[in-house]
Design a protein around this ligand. Structure first.
Ligand code: CP
Length: 309
């Protein structure tokens, strides 16, 4: 199957191969070499919700591999005239070879995949999943720590609505990490996800305390409290800005601890952290290019191992 809707669509072996392939893509991702593996192919970037990194890194990945990109946003399209998602996807099926879709409705990526023949890559479906983000997150962690086994990984912030945290926790649990889930009560990881993590044999601690866990962590994964997901503005106001890291919080951290964030950040990470050795969030965003190159090649049937020595 060439769709990627949740991380369950990939075996552990496929995940590791994608990360290995992404490593091989680094020179092309930086533009140091031109590798036209996707020449003649067209990617449809279907964004029904805002994006900077996901949309642009998919576009860069496709173009650096010689492919072309159709950029779609709901504003300015015939969605504004009432066209349905089903009909819109029928058009894309004829216009492109692979589509990336971001949509505010959970389940929209699977619905789209069921509606068309071309591969569909889920770039975020409401509070559901964001598996292509997970691939670049895993790549970033592996670049620093080489392996995932027994790492202490802390996920912080909006774990209720945070699709990056949902997809990443699922994947990490399959690679035997220890997870500390830090959130206020109102934004706890959904119980069914925690149950899944436990059934995968993952050590899971749920807490609302950030600072006392920093010194034990190998990875701190901050997330934004997402105003747009709250049904009630007063509920958002109660938890807005609840977790913040600045340089002074990091005294006593492990030498090779890294701080990640899917971005955009609001106030979770103070700019004083940017120049510390712990900051990885900008590198993490760049890593979207090689990992998405590897994923596009896989979805379009190109074996990077055979094409790149
Ligand atoms: N990490 C992420 O999904 O960023 P964008 O919303 O800018 O795509």
């Amino acid at each position: 199957m060439n769709d990627l809707i949740t991380m369950d669509d990939l075996t552990n072996e496929e995940i590791i191969k994608l990360l290995d392939d992404a490593k091989k893509m680094l020179p092309a991702a930086k533009g140091d070499v031109y590798l036209p593996l996707l020449q003649g192919k067209v990617l449809a970037n279907m964004f029904f919700e805002n994006s900077t990194r996901t949309r642009m890194s998919f576009e860069t990945a496709m173009k650096r591999l010689g492919g072309r990109v159709l950029n779609f946003t709901s504003a300015g399209s015939s969605v504004a005239k009432g066209e349905t998602l089903y009909d819109t996807m029928q058009m894309i099926d004829g216009y492109s070879d692979v589509a990336v879709i971001r949509h505010p409705r959970q389940g929209a990526a699977q619905y789209s995949a069921d509606a068309v023949k071309i591969p569909i890559l889920n770039a975020g479906d409401g509070a559901g999943n964001h598996p292509t983000q997970t691939l670049l997150d895993l790549f970033t962690i592996r670049e620093e720590h080489n392996d995932f086994e027994n790492l202490n990984i802390m996920l912080v912030g909006d774990l209720r609505y945070g699709r990056t945290a949902h997809s990443l926790s699922h994947a990490l649990a399959r690679f035997n990490v220890n997870l500390t889930l830090v959130s206020p009560e109102a934004l706890k990881m959904p119980k069914e996800i925690v149950d899944d993590l436990l059934s995968l044999g993952c050590n899971v601690i749920e807490t609302d305390e950030l600072n006392e866990n920093i010194k034990h962590s190998d990875v701190i994964y901050m997330t934004r409290i997402q105003k747009e997901r709250f049904p009630d503005e007063d509920e958002y106001a109660k938890v807005s800005g609840i977790y913040k890291i600045s340089e002074s919080n990091l005294v006593g951290s492990k030498e090779n601890m890294i701080i990640m964030h899917p971005l955009p950040r609001v106030s979770e990470i103070h700019p004083s952290v940017d120049s510390t050795k712990y900051a990885r969030y900008f590198q993490q965003a760049f890593n979207g290019i090689p990992t998405r190159m590897a994923l596009l090649c896989k979805s379009l049937g190109i074996d990077i191992e055979k094409e790149v020595s």
